[in-house]
Design a protein around this ligand. Structure first.
Ligand SMILES: [Ca+2]
Length: 387
């Protein structure tokens, strides 16, 4: 059984390593070199991570570090959240009226107004020439979805990332809505983290944070990742955190009705009604996070073969000085929508001009990969909507 509190804790905790490491990285590839945001978090990163992760799941009660203060009123997520997203119903392309309405339909819909921000075909590792920065893993496989190569990420046993190759980022025009599509092929023995959390894979950051910002503690980070509960059952996880928006002096209070100067992913209330977490990252600074899951949609049959994963997120609108419950989060696997929320609050009026502007690809198994395993990525597309 999944424990959302745990899941989210992990999300934030582990990404804290990114946060710490990210701060120290101001340069691009050449100087970043060996640094990989996740791995090299240096002692600091590792420490924080261990700390946060340590308080987690199995540990549970052991709770050495600061015990997370979960938001009151969190609904235990379980299968409820993981299913189909309620009100949004079935409209596959999202064009049609989700209950949230508010003009959100079109953006996610089909083609007419979709702008392709960038594509990556992984035919060579000259990523910098195509706008990538930091250190996107350079190992290519001759197995490809199209062309003759793909990106190969191999987790060595006990290691957290793609063989120490780090993570890569790419900016795109500031936008309220973003689409990510990619083809992925998991090795036949792929098991993911072997834990109820991780790996992290894709993240979106915003114009409220630096282009090198670590993703674990920002004004908003959106997460998309595959999670294998077992070697035979995988799901797509959708998460978000906005730790920098937390009113740390009032954590644990529900500030939703009172002020827009608050977080949306835990610690100051949970305006979307999703379950979330709020916990001490180890330094007295609390972090938050929401993790939602699709049903089990990946099986052994999805391994050793190419799968198309698509994600769409649209930030909620701001009206009458308040963030409105009309943000959208959707995931498709091999053309079928497997996850949808149309009532997400991802920003408040405090940051009404927050826009998405950065993709980060940073595979990360905080506790280290349980075995040597790999996956391939090809034909990545980032756009304003689902093409
Ligand atoms: Ca290719």
């Amino acid at each position: 059984m999944r424990n959302n509190y745990v899941e989210t804790g992990l999300i934030a905790g582990l990404t804290l390593a990114f946060f710490l490491a990210g701060c120290s990285n101001g340069d691009d590839e050449s100087t970043d070199g060996p640094k990989n945001p996740a791995g090299n978090g240096g002692s600091g990163g590792a420490g924080a991570d261990a700390n946060a992760d340590g308080t987690m799941p199995e540990a549970g009660a052991a709770g050495s570090g600061g015990k997370p203060a979960t938001d009151s009123g969190t609904t235990t997520d379980g299968e409820t959240d993981s299913g189909n997203g309620g009100e949004a119903g079935t409209a596959p392309d999202g064009g049609g009226g989700g209950a949230a309405g508010a003009g959100s339909g079109g953006a996610a819909g089909a083609s007419p107004e979709v702008t392709i921000y960038f594509t990556e075909e992984f035919e060579d590792a000259e990523y910098k020439t195509r706008g990538w920065y930091e250190s996107l893993p350079k190992t290519l496989s001759s197995d490809s979805h199209s062309g003759s190569h793909s990106l190969e990420c191999t987790y060595n046993k006990g290691q957290p990332d793609c063989s120490g190759q780090g993570a890569g980022r790419h900016l795109f025009p500031e936008t309220d809505a973003v689409y990510l599509g990619y083809w992925v092929k998991y090795s036949s023995d792929f098991v993911g983290s072997g834990k109820p959390y991780h790996p992290h894979e894709f993240y979106f950051l915003t114009n409220k944070d630096d282009k090198y910002e670590g993703p674990a503690f920002t004004h908003l980070t959106l997460y998309l990742e595959s999670h294998w509960e077992s070697a035979s059952a995988g799901a797509l996880w959708v998460g978000f955190q906005d730790g920098k928006n937390i009113d740390q002096s009032r954590r644990g209070e529900d500030l939703i009705a009172e002020t827009e100067n608050r977080a949306v992913a835990g610690c100051n209330g949970l305006p979307s009604g999703y379950s979330g977490s709020c916990y001490n990252a180890g330094s007295g600074v609390y972090v938050n996070g929401v993790t939602l899951a699709s049903p089990t949609v990946l099986t052994p049959q999805n391994k050793n073969d190419w799968n198309h994963v698509e994600y769409f997120a649209k930030l909620n609108s701001i009206s009458a000085g308040r963030g409105q419950p009309d943000g959208i989060l959707r995931v498709w696997v091999n053309g079928a929508m497997v996850f949808e929320r149309t009532n997400a609050i991802l920003r408040t009026a405090q940051h009404a001009d927050m826009k998405l502007n950065q993709l980060l690809f940073g595979p990360w198994i905080g506790d280290g990969s349980p075995i040597k395993q790999s996956f391939l990525i090809d034909d990545l597309v980032v756009a304003s909507g689902r093409p």
